[in-house]
Design a protein around this ligand. Structure first.
Ligand SMILES: NC(=O)c1ccc[n+]([C@@H]2O[C@H](COP(=O)([O-])OP(=O)(O)OC[C@H]3O[C@@H](n4cnc5c(N)ncnc54)[C@H](OP(=O)(O)O)[C@@H]3O)[C@@H](O)[C@H]2O)c1
Length: 360
């Protein structure tokens, strides 16, 4: 099988580093170009990192020696070297929008981890097990951009990667009415480690800028429908969220309270979670977990340290499902924020779009 040549834009960042570890030995993709800010441009990847490598795995000599391009100034060069690119950059929203569109218009499809285009109505926001059909909007987007191949596809925010997969299949059967969720989010979600953010040791910060809005609004796009040349957001379920930063290195936990149109039994919920799978499992995509949702019966599970890496960090864990005094049910769920929630989710989305023919 032909390998697709890929670039990582924002290669020196937390998500960029994760992407590199996932792409180095990928069966379908070949890491071919790296790009970052003008501060890194022209340096080897090792020089550009300057000791910022945060992953537990060693970096290969081949990647260390790769030249880092200037993400903004070298669009044509990078686009000419690859079949498509992953993008995870820390820039202003309007700058990211312009950058991603430049790559798309240079016929380089973009798999974005950024939030800038999540609410552009002809840009699909895909969780591959839930809404793979949203990829169909790409044709309308290509028309708007005037491109043959180029387009932008985004993945959703890391905060919702555990509770939206848990609720989505329940909604199909029982109608989810409203959801209250509190998230307990790891420091890698801010691109940080305990070394670079010592204030987070022994601390909880009750505010993550923009996160509550994303946690409430983005699910409605996932639940949305294609109408003509746009994806129209769903109007329900209704979400309310509080998002806290907690002293955990990786893994976002969520405490969820939910009301249904038609209240299921506890056994029905667990059965749906155990049986739930989607197109990635059917197509046996390389990064797809075999079992998407793992339900734990033990009262003290799932735990971030024990379960975030389940199935390569691509599975979602749930537990503590029980009836509530004000809502129908409450439960806890967990997903790895830089794997399923960011880089891994981006890679799985790219595998899906490859398999569906959008990256040919
Ligand atoms: N961390 C997570 O769990 C997570 C999850 C989901 C989504 N995201 C999103 O992913 C994106 C990156 O997050 P991160 O945590 O990886 O950030 P990060 O660690 O701060 O890395 C930022 C990256 O952006 C690059 N950059 C900064 N200014 C640039 C410019 N003017 N032109 C080109 N590149 C520039 C940096 O390059 P230099 O090294 O050259 O400065 C670096 O490679 C953000 O949009 C974030 O919201 C993160």
């Amino acid at each position: 099988m032909k390998k697709y040549k890929v670039a990582v834009i924002g290669a020196t960042g937390m998500v960029g580093q994760r992407l590199i570890t996932l792409l180095e030995n990928h069966p379908w993709f070949e890491l071919t170009a790296l790009a970052a800010s003008p501060r890194s441009a022209g340096k080897t990847y090792e020089e550009a990192l300057g000791g910022r490598w945060k992953m537990k795995t060693e970096l290969s000599d081949k990647v260390k020696a790769m030249t880092v391009y200037n993400a903004e100034a070298d669009v044509e060069t990078v686009a000419g070297m690859v079949d498509f690119a992953f993008c995870a950059v820390d820039m202003k929203k309007d700058e990211i929008k312009a950058l991603e569109e430049k790559y798309a218009k240079a016929e380089c499809p973009i798999m974005s981890n950024n939030s800038a285009n999540r609410h552009t109505d002809d840009v699909p926001m895909i969780i591959p097990e839930l809404n793979p059909d949203h990829a169909k909007i790409i044709e309308a987007q290509r028309k708007r951009l005037g491109t043959k191949r180029g387009f932008i596809a985004v993945k959703s925010n890391c905060s919702l990667q555990s509770y939206v997969p848990a609720l989505f299949p329940l909604d199909a059967e029982f109608g989810v009415k409203n959801v209250l969720v509190c998230t307990y989010q790891a420091i890698s979600g801010a691109g940080k480690t305990f070394d670079t953010w010592p204030e987070m040791v022994d601390n909880v910060i009750p505010y993550i800028g923009g996160e509550e809005e994303k946690s409430e609004k983005e699910p409605l796009k996932i639940w949305g429908k294609i109408e003509g040349d746009k994806i129209v957001d769903a109007t329900s379920p209704a979400f309310t969220a509080q998002c806290l930063r907690v002293p955990v290195s990786d893994g976002h936990t969520a405490a969820v309270f939910v009301n249904f149109e038609k209240k299921p039994t506890k056994e029905q919920i667990i059965d749906i979670w155990n049986k739930f799978s989607g197109v990635p499992q059917e197509l046996n995509l390389p990064s797809a977990p075999k079992q998407f949702i793992h339900y734990f019966t033990e009262d003290n599970m799932p735990q971030s340290k024990l379960h975030r890496d389940l199935e390569g960090g691509m599975a979602v864990s749930t537990g503590r499902l029980r009836e509530d005094t004000q809502y129908d049910y409450k439960f806890v769920c967990l997903s790895h924020n830089t794997l399923r929630g960011a880089a891994g989710g981006g890679v799985l989305m790219a595998e899906l779009l490859c398999a569906l023919g959008y990256l040919d």
